[in-house]
Design a protein around this ligand. Structure first.
Ligand SMILES: *[C@@H]1O[C@H](CO)[C@@H](O)[C@H](O)[C@H]1NC(C)=O
Ligand SMILES: *[C@@H]1O[C@H](CO)[C@@H](O)[C@H](O)[C@H]1NC(C)=O
Length: 381
């Protein structure tokens, strides 16, 4: 009995660790999914160079300059990270190249998809935000506008054949909502009021999914939001004198439960949508769960457990986030792979890598990317 308990006990974390460490990539297995292109929507979590190409767009996180990109690309690319973002890891898992940003008009290839995500992008349109006094950037490209980009891109790139391209593609819808909530909360909107936006934001995401389905998409990944209370930007903006406001990792419980509320509502809505479109596969992307696993197994994964909630790049304050990353007074940690938080609201290449593994391992079988009963891909580990 005791040994059975022990072996079960030790087996469970090992499985989780394997999930965080690896994602299976098996070409012959993957060809079965016939995912030959990828389309990404979202905000700065997924922006791979759109916002830096929008004339006049100025954003506090200065992703057009180093140290952004220092770890992987060795130059800034417009990604809000020291290296790759989740969208890049998803592309690699599907044996696809990193997506080019839609705003790159220099003649780059879009034959295997495009990235429409823009830093600062909200789920809701500007009139919705303005009516409620929620701040937004003047160059905002909210979800409905990204959909317009998408439709015009499909026409100009694939002509009338675009539905065939979409049939063999994966659409990553989000995450969305992260910017709407941050802008409202950091702009001093009371939380109960911000909670009332959640169903509206979920509705907006559902409408967008329906639209890409009507255009011909058959596989859609819909990420939830991160545990906001573990982001150094939130921790800096909303300090709490009550030690009970923080969990064992130093995250603000209140903002994590807000994120959980959004994610729970999102999952429910996705289940309903899945029933409505049984021939399309809609999968929830558990960014929240992946992030929490990274914190729980931080030292096993090579992260410094003492700086989990501190930004690698920033300046000053308890979380190195009092000033932004890329300002003259910035200090950058020498070892970004030991940090989860990169600049306050975005994560490091390594954190995105581990979270991606969780999301990819969950997503591939659901999209039919392993033959059922064929353990070849998994047994190679
Ligand atoms: C903005 O969004 C709201 C809520 O989704 C919608 O009712 C409204 O028609 C939209 N306005 C514009 C100008 O698109
Ligand atoms: C499992 O893999 C083998 C070898 O690649 C293949 O011949 C077989 O058809 C696969 N079975 C299923 C159920 O996909």
């Amino acid at each position: 009995m005791a040994s059975l308990f022990l072996s079960k006990f030790s087996f469970f974390p090992v499985l989780i660790i394997i999930t965080l460490f690896f994602h299976s990539s098996h070409c012959d297995v993957l060809t079965k999914c016939r995912i030959t292109s990828l389309f990404q929507f979202g905000d700065s979590i997924a922006d791979a160079g759109n916002v830096i190409r929008i004339p006049g767009a100025v954003i506090s996180a200065q992703a057009w300059g180093l140290p952004y990109g220092e770890t992987f690309f060795h130059k800034p690319t417009g990604r809000f990270s020291d290296g790759r973002i989740i969208a890049d890891y998803i592309a690699s898992a599907l044996n696809l190249p990193f997506l080019n940003p839609y705003m790159d008009k220099s003649g780059v290839s879009f034959s295997q998809g495009a990235n429409f995500a823009v830093a600062g992008a909200t789920a809701m349109n500007n009139s919705f935000l303005a009516e409620r006094g929620i701040g937004f950037v003047p160059f905002n490209v909210p979800l409905p506008s990204q959909l317009e980009w998408f439709k015009s891109h499909l026409q100009s790139t694939y002509g009338s054949n675009y539905a065939r391209t979409l049939r063999n593609s994966l659409v990553v819808m989000g995450e969305f909502g992260g910017v709407d909530y941050w802008n409202a909360l950091a702009g001093n909107k009371p939380e109960p009021e911000v909670r009332t936006y959640v169903p509206l934001i979920i509705d907006g995401i559902m409408s967008a999914i329906k639209e890409v389905i009507q255009l011909g998409s058959t596989r859609i990944l819909v990420p939830g939001v991160f545990p906001f209370g573990c982001l150094s930007g939130y921790l800096t903006r909303f300090p709490d004198t009550n030690p009970n406001a923080y969990d064992q990792f130093g995250c603000l419980k209140f903002y994590n439960s807000f994120a959980t509320y959004h994610n729970t509502e999102l999952k429910k809505a996705l289940e309903n949508l899945q029933c409505e479109f049984p021939r399309v596969k809609i999968v929830y992307g558990d960014y929240y769960g992946g992030f929490r696993l990274v914190f729980r197994y931080a030292s096993w994964l090579g992260f410094n457990p003492n700086t989990l909630v501190s930004a690698c790049c920033g300046s000053g304050g308890r979380y190195n986030t009092a000033g932004g990353c890329g300002t003259p007074s910035t200090n950058v940690c020498p070892n970004p792979s030991q940090y989860v938080n990169w600049d306050g609201l975005h994560l490091t290449d390594e954190a995105y890598h581990r979270i991606s593994n969780v999301v990819i391992n969950n997503m591939l079988p659901k999209f039919g990317c392993y033959g059922l009963g064929n353990s070849s891909a998994m047994s190679s580990y």
